[in-house]
Write a protein that binds this ligand. Structure first.
Ligand code: DGP
Length: 220
């Protein structure tokens, strides 16, 4: 049976270096001659993504649960693209995914289980890497921008939820893939090396079907 492409997710706090590291990871794939595609969530190019964009820029207001469901819908609308890429052996690298969905909305006080529910059944990454950085260190990297969540206290809460998610995935067997925390306070090149060391064993393809996130958490 031919292998499918690996599904890699990079998560992190704002200013943790996600965009840099996902771009460097894509370059590694390309240099190795392995087909790969970089996706970014939220994908602001779709109709749903444009609503998210104006919410993040505070040009529109939305109920916390309504925006949560839009973020989730924005992932669901890309599922067939992800599945098709993986099926033809292309690696998919995602800059943020469902874990951001839980982390940011639960940090506003919405229940963790409620936040997780709309993303149950999404394709499960084979490997999720969390770029961990303290909000203080993140702030020194040019400071937070103008967007809604880029505030120190919010980022602290978001980090706590991310660590909870990571523990649950680590402790929950292989169904939701593997989760690794990476110290993103280190030099860019060091982080890149650590990321590639974890990704390389999967880079040339993965055996077995794509799994689904948290299917044990909801009975339909
Ligand atoms: P980025 O384009 O990666 O800077 O992300 C934009 C902001 O949106 C960032 O502060 C994190 C937040 N975010 C990303 N995904 C989600 C999500 O699914 N739900 C919520 N509530 N926020 C998210």
């Amino acid at each position: 049976m031919s292998k499918r492409g690996p599904f890699i997710v990079i998560e992190g706090l704002d200013r943790s270096g996600k965009s840099t590291q996902t771009a460097l990871l894509l370059a590694r794939f390309e240099a190795s001659g392995i087909p790969a595609k970089l996706l970014k969530f939220p994908d602001r190019t779709t109709a749903i993504g444009q609503m998210i964009d104006s919410y993040l820029k505070s040009t529109s207001e939305l109920d916390d649960r309504a925006i949560h469901l839009l973020f989730s819908a924005n992932r669901w609308e890309l599922v067939s693209t992800i599945e098709q890429l993986l099926a033809v052996g292309t690696a998919v690298i995602c800059d943020r995914y469902a874990f951001s969905g839980i982390a940011f909305s639960a940090s506003k006080g919405i229940s963790y289980e409620w936040c997780r529910a709309p993303d149950v059944g999404l394709p499960a990454p084979d490997l999720s890497l969390f770029l961990d950085i303290s909000p203080e260190a993140a702030k020194t990297r040019g400071g937070y921008g103008e967007e809604r969540y880029e505030k120190e206290e919010m980022q602290r809460r978001v980090g706590e939820v991310f660590r909870r998610i990571g523990k649950e995935i680590d402790g929950g067997g292989r169904e939701d893939g593997r989760w690794v925390n990476i110290d993103a306070g280190k030099e860019k090149e060091v982080v890149e090396g650590e990321v590639w060391a974890l990704v390389e064993p999967l880079a040339r393809g993965v055996e077995g079907p794509l799994r689904r996130l948290w299917t044990d958490k909801l009975t339909i």
